[in-house]
Design a protein around this ligand. Structure first.
Ligand code: GDP
Ligand code: MN
Length: 398
């Protein structure tokens, strides 16, 4: 789960990381008012979206008057900001953050990530901050410092100093730097984060170590332990298909293909997507409806998959272990009768009571295409999709 920059800064500040003075605004007028409250004569107006790369995309503006703040904020509000991290559809800007501008001498990159190989928190830092980490690793790989933290003892001061020395931090700033590293590490572990990134962490002209940007991502499976984090969820920043699914307790990831998938079990869902690709198609989504494929859940899944305009065929692939194929078949039939769909539907059932399930599908009178194996199902889905598209194109031409 992602949160906004201003929220990450607020959290990190509580853990002792120094951040600039700032204030949130929901309109250009409020942004100007906030700047006046903050005082000073130079401000940074920053679009709050769940993505980095805002600077290059016009989402971070230096302003020197109230007029400029109104102008910059007006440009940002209501826009879909497209950065290299948002995808082509961009992310809506509904909040901006206003900060007093800071003069700095150096930009440092600082990231805390989960390193799956060592199964530890890894600190990644570079003296070449300001650029994206991908860019740094392509252009200045030698500047990157990596250090894993021994979980039994946590981040030790000597280790934090080692990182600081490797970054060339002068001795007089050592304490501020270790405090920053310790704060990030504690926030990461205590709040079940999966990523903390400060880019840039700067050394200001008046010798302060200051986080000018902050990004935090949390483990979605652990946010229930942190209600104050859970409430930071901002649905305006999520793929609407995915937030609808999350609200319904379905595991859904939207993709860009045309074949919608309704599957029980994450492993089977992955295998189904692979097989669709193997058969020459592209999946429109990953969808795991979970163990209990009840008629209600199946119906919800159909509605969700059909809400994606790109879907031109639906493949239902259910393996009934604890479940029963006849129940699932009943669910599919009920769902399709209640909400008829205008695309081909391919159903593959396997497991307990499969014969009864097939009979229910056959007797339903619905134009369901049945398949026995996964590869057969995927091939039939791809063929049905291609035929259907060809037919619709012909119909449009007539
Ligand atoms: P991102 O592009 O989404 O990562 O947004 P950032 O918050 O990192 O802002 C982009 C760039 O704007 C930073 O790399 C800085 O160089 C610059 N910037 C941000 N805040 C300030 C500030 O207070 N003063 C100055 N001079 N530059 C800033
Ligand atoms: Mn940044």
């Amino acid at each position: 789960m992602d949160i906004h920059e201003y929220q990450a800064k607020e959290i990190l500040a509580r853990f002792g990381v120094a951040v600039p003075q700032g204030a949130l605004a929901y309109s250009p007028e409020q942004a100007a008012y906030r700047a006046r409250e903050l005082g000073g004569d130079r401000w940074i107006v920053k679009a709050q979206v769940h993505a980095g790369g805002r600077g290059k995309a016009g989402g971070v503006k230096l302003c020197e008057s109230e007029h400029e703040i109104l102008d910059s904020a007006s440009d940002m509000f209501g826009q879909k900001l497209v950065t290299h991290q948002t995808g082509p559809e961009g992310k809506g800007v509904y909040r901006v953050y206003v900060e007093g501008a800071v003069a700095f001498n150096r930009e440092i990159y600082l990231g805390f990530v989960l390193d799956r190989t060592s199964q530890r928190v890894m600190i990644v830092a570079s003296s070449q901050g300001g650029m994206e980490i991908e860019e740094i690793s392509a252009q200045r790989p030698e500047s990157i410092v990596r250090s894993t933290v021994e979980p039994a003892v946590g981040l030790q001061d000597f280790q934090a100093r080692e990182i600081a020395f490797a970054l060339g931090i002068p001795a007089k700033l050592m304490q501020q730097m270790t405090r920053t590293l310790q704060g990030c590490y504690r926030a990461f572990t205590e709040l079940d984060a999966t990523m903390v990134e400060i880019n840039p962490l700067v050394i200001t002209a008046d010798d302060r170590v200051l986080a000018l940007d902050a990004k935090m991502t949390f483990d979605g499976n652990a946010v229930f332990r942190h209600p104050h984090i859970a409430e930071l969820r901002d649905k305006s920043q999520e793929d609407p298909r995915e937030s609808r699914a999350a609200d319904r307790g379905l595991n859904y990831i939207g993709l860009t293909g045309n074949i919608g998938c309704i599957v029980n079990g994450a492993g089977l869902a992955m295998a189904t997507m692979d097989t669709i690709k193997l058969a020459g198609g592209e999946p429109a989504n990953f969808l795991d409806i979970g163990g209990g494929a009840t008629p209600e859940r199946v119906a919800k899944a159909f509605r969700l998959v059909m809400s994606d305009d790109n879907v031109q065929a639906i493949l239902v692939n259910i393996f009934a272990g604890i479940n029963r194929c006849d129940w699932v078949a009943e669910g599919v039939v009920q769902a399709l009768k209640a909400n008829p769909v205008d695309v081909p539907v391919i159903v593959r059932l396997a497991g307990t009571n499969v014969e009864e399930g097939q009979k229910i599908l056959a007797k339903s009178g619905l134009p369901i295409i049945r398949a026995n194996s996964l590869i057969e199902a995927a091939e039939r889905a791809v063929t049905a999709w291609k035929n259907d598209v060809a037919q619709n194109t012909k119909m449009r031409a007539v």
